[in-house]
Design a protein. Structure first.
Length: 239
């Protein structure tokens, strides 16, 4: 069974780029393309759509507003030139947030996230889940026999321990059974970064950094050798 895709973007060149990326994948097919949300709504009624690639800034109604009107939306990957919408997308539990121009390498990362989300859904395993009932972004994680809420703006860093991760916040440490890869996929990459095979850090909580480490309140974290170039580049851009 092929994954059926819908492309929603008012820019023809942007649709062309996403189409060309999708056409490189064997198990994906495009069922329709449209330039605004109203046409997208019609296509969703006419086709079984598994995955929707959707721009945000469009005529009549934005992509975010459109998503909020859908009761049972397909999986969604947001494509936009505006980084500031990342939190909105995360709160709506989208698969990923792609900044234009979209490279094929970054596009493939989103596709892998889509596969992982489907795997978790089919197995009914969600050690980390997003709650979207309020405007403030947070996640629910399983700790022992409880499910606890963790506000994203309170997270300092995440440490991987074999089959578990430890989430360090301003006031507590939470241990949950989850892989670092799964945690990386659930935390928005506009606000969090993997700096080491064992560490994910909140970009907004970094107080200082060198070529080999970053400092968050009360802790110095090492930068892994394979992550060094991308981490330093990203931190310099942030600064």
């Amino acid at each position: 069974m092929k994954t059926k895709c819908l492309i929603v973007d008012d820019e023809p060149l942007a649709r062309d780029l996403v189409r060309s990326h999708i056409e490189k994948l064997e198990n994906f097919e495009i069922v329709a393309e449209c330039g605004d949300a109203m046409k997208a709504l019609r296509e969703l009624h006419n086709h079984n759509v598994d995955l929707m690639f959707m721009d945000i800034q469009m005529p009549q109604i934005t992509g975010i507003e459109f998503l909020r009107t859908l009761k049972n939306p397909p999986k969604v990957i947001i494509t936009t030139a505006y980084r500031e919408y990342a939190v909105d997308g995360f709160e709506l539990d989208v698969v990923d947030f792609l900044l234009k121009p979209i490279t094929f390498e970054r596009f493939l990362k989103s596709i892998n996230k889509y596969y992982q989300v489907n795997l978790d859904d089919n197995q009914n395993v969600k050690p980390v889940s997003v709650n979207t009932t309020t405007e403030e972004a947070y996640i629910y994680v399983k700790e022992n026999k409880k499910v606890v809420k963790v506000h994203l703006n309170e997270i300092l860093y995440v440490e991987g321990l074999s089959e578990y991760v430890q989430i360090y916040t301003d006031s507590r440490k939470i241990i949950t059974k989850c892989s670092m890869n799964h945690m990386s996929e659930k935390l928005p990459d506009t606000s969090f970064m993997r700096i080491h095979k064992s560490y994910i850090v909140s970009l907004g909580r970094i107080e200082a950094f060198t070529s080999s480490s970053v400092e968050v309140p009360g802790k110095e974290l090492p930068i892994g050798r394979s992550y060094k170039n991308s981490v330093i580049e990203a931190l310099q851009v942030q600064g």
